[in-house]
Write a new protein. Sequence first.
Length: 367
Amino acid sequence: MAQLKGIDVSVWNGSIDWALTKKEIDFAILRIGYGREVSQKDARFEANYAGCKANGIPVGGYWYNYAKTVDDAKKEAQACIKCLNGRKLDYPVWYDIEENSVFATGKANVSKIAEVFCEALKAAGYKVGLYSSYYTFQTYFTDEVKGKYDVWLAHVGNGGAPLNNTGYPGHKEMWQYSWKGRYSGINGDVDEDWSYVNYAEKKDDDVRPAPTPVEPAKPVKPVEKTIDVTYSAYIPGRWLGEIKNCNDVNINGYAGIENCVVSGFGAKASEGKLRYRVHVKTYSGGKWLGWIDQYNRADWNNGVAGYPGYTVDGIQLELTGVPGYQVMYRVSLFGTGKYLPWVKGLEDYAGLYGKALDKIQIKIVKA
């Protein structure tokens, strides 16, 4: 199996000196654009494409999805094709699906959108594939669609730090393992990727075999039970004690200390799979850090969400693997002494962008 090192870039990486970068990579994936309009072509796509070609760097592309309907996916595909304008690519055109508002339309619809876009690009003569995260591939794409197209898996450590393995159970042809690469000719951090296929040498008629049909699992009637959630908060300089579930009337009912900024937190459920992430304040506004699905307070990369010195202003959690149950959570804003409303799963986030949190409450209840 091949293992080729590459990067993926967009206008946000600025002007790139590809003559320097080529010495350190085997391929590059360029953002072609996003949305439904040709006017949404990435402002650096043409320069990046020309730079790669001039320096003999095998190149592919990706189109960022916002489409929530099949009709809009068709429009995105046509916009992508027009922006490519017949340019030859060595690597696939990847359909980048990662917006929560798109996933909210449901697994069947997301899978159909992906199929419509990919088939349009295939008809235009391009290799195609799908880009998304570990969790979203598992949750929002059918086995049929994942079996039909190549997979570019996004799975990085906390804050974009590199990971050494994915643990992903399905096939993957590429893996985005870091957002923190540093390369000659590029200013700042760069997304890093492994490709397990040498697409530059792959024949166009190398077709992925159809997946073996899987008999649908029989529905399981939920059994009423208690599912505990254990969690804790990090404040400047130390982890606070662990909390189990929540109690509104005493200090053991929440993670944090009133009027003390939360920089990170970790959580686990006694049953099922709990994943969580934090939004942090930055000088440029803020950003969501990567999803965490483990709980280990000694591991800031993969075991907890956040980082010392950060200011958390939003959190999200989701419970899977326990039919009939859901996670609920809420936070208190620094200096207010009051909790914001409860949030269920991924319906929203708890917090307020730009406002520090000081207390967190989490519970698991029947849906």
